[in-house]
Design a binder for this molecule. Structure first.
Ligand code: PMP
Ligand code: GLU
Length: 397
């Protein structure tokens, strides 16, 4: 143990991947587990994207790519941002990375000095606080409960700002809550940030296309803050391409250059073949994206109706992404024989071991009163999972 750096010792293991692994281990023992832990689309990557990858292999895209990504891909992303988001970024303002995850980590490492504060509206994705810690920064968690649809208000943001604040993270649609900030809510946040010109925004828009309320809004669309916003997005969720590992940032040129330097020493440009596939995804027909969005919308309706039938679950109406985040603390203190449920993690483990449904406890997302269900799985499985959840929880007295 003594050999491991303090930096790595202080990091938590990714709870999403940990629960998914546990679920996989049980399944390998022959248990029929329904995995609603990790968040990744259950669809296959669209055919036209796969064909582009095969073609790239045949055309010998086998050398290092430029560190920030192929110019043709950066142009495709620039066109996507203009076409879909009304945002104008030159290809030079775009850096392609190994997933949105690396794009976020690059931005944090390039902006945050030791001691700087990063405001994390919470519940938030498990990796944000750990990335901030990696940079030596201080996560400042601003909690929004289910009573406010898990979204922070402008006054909460204002109150969290100190002279040490460097970055605010915004994730909409949100993992783990599915909440979506409306244009008006973002306008109010932009108004606060207008007066704090030393603060940058990392806007994680990886669930942009899995949105059930119509159009997507980005803080980058508000002139008060636009030149201080780093847009994060990628192909993992919209095109069912989690394993291809392509994400990007779009932002101020000086920051993109800094991240280019960082990435050049750390990972180099990401996979050449996956970049060509992503280029096809952005440039090609977008029907598959819409088809998947519609399927997720139907599943959302199903899972919300099933969760409302579970005694003791309090649920919001998620407007995007593919997560449900019920408040479940009414079960804390209850028992099944010798087994006592004292936390969301106990409940998640109980549901896995007894009900054979894998979820993720809310503590790693900053909400110890909730558990997360990913509904990126078929309607039959969602229905069966909730039958099991209901039956299993009924045993707790
Ligand atoms: N941000 C959020 C909120 C996510 O849920 C994910 C999913 N892992 C990511 C970023 C990273 O996505 P990617 O697979 O592109 O690294
Ligand atoms: N974003 C997904 C999730 O939260 C994938 C796993 C991860 O990267 O944490 O489950």
């Amino acid at each position: 143990m003594g050999q491991i750096s303090d930096r790595v010792m202080s990091l938590a293991t990714s709870a999403t991947f940990a629960m998914s692994q546990k679920s996989g281990e049980l399944a390998a023992q022959g248990v029929d587990v329904i995995n609603m832990s990790v968040g990744e689309p259950d669809f296959n990557t669209p055919d036209y994207v796969k064909k582009a990858a095969v073609q790239a292999i045949e055309e010998n895209y086998s050398k290092y790519s430029p560190v920030p990504g192929y110019m043709s891909l950066r142009k495709a992303i620039s066109a996507k941002l203009s076409r879909e988001n009304g945002l104008e970024y030159a290809p030079e303002q775009i850096l392609v990375s190994t997933g949105a995850k690396q794009a976020i980590c690059n931005a944090i490492l390039a902006l945050v000095n030791p001691g700087a504060e990063v405001i994390l509206p919470s519940p938030c994705w498990v990796s944000y606080p750990e990335m901030v810690k990696l940079a030596g920064g201080t996560p400042v968690v601003v909690k929004a409960g289910i009573d406010q649809d898990f979204k922070i208000s402008a006054s909460q943001l204002e109150n969290a700002i100190t002279p040490r604040t460097k970055v605010v993270m915004i994730c909409s649609p949100s993992n783990p809550t599915g909440s979506v900030y409306s244009h008006g809510e973002l306008a109010a946040l932009a108004q606060v940030l207008k007066n704090h010109t030393e603060i940058y925004v990392i806007s994680d828009e990886i669930y942009e296309h899995i949105n059930f309320v119509g159009s997507h809004s980005s803080l980058a669309g508000f002139k008060e803050v636009a030149d201080r916003v780093v847009v994060i997005n990628g192909v993992s969720k919209a095109y069912a391409m989690t394993g291809w590992r392509i994400g990007f940032m779009a932002g101020p040129l000086w920051l993109v250059k800094a991240c280019n330097k960082l990435q050049g020493q750390y990972t180099s440009g990401t996979c050449s073949v996956a970049q060509k596939a992503a280029e096809a995804a952005f440039n090609g027909p977008q029907d598959d994206v819409e088809m998947m969005r519609k399927v997720f919308n139907k599943r959302r309706d199903l899972i919300v109706s099933l969760a409302k039938e579970i005694p003791g679950f309090d649920v919001n109406m998620p407007q995007g992404a593919f997560y449900l985040f019920p408040k479940c603390d009414s079960y804390f203190g209850k028992r099944d024989g010798d087994r006592v449920i004292n936390s969301a993690e106990d409940l998640a483990m109980y549901l896995l071991e007894v009900g054979h449904v894998a979820t993720v406890g809310g503590t790693a997302f900053g909400a110890p009163e909730c558990i997360r269900f990913s509904y990126a799985t078929g309607e039959d499985k969602i229905t069966e999972a909730f039958r099991r959840v209901k039956e299993t929880l009924a045993r707790l007295k």
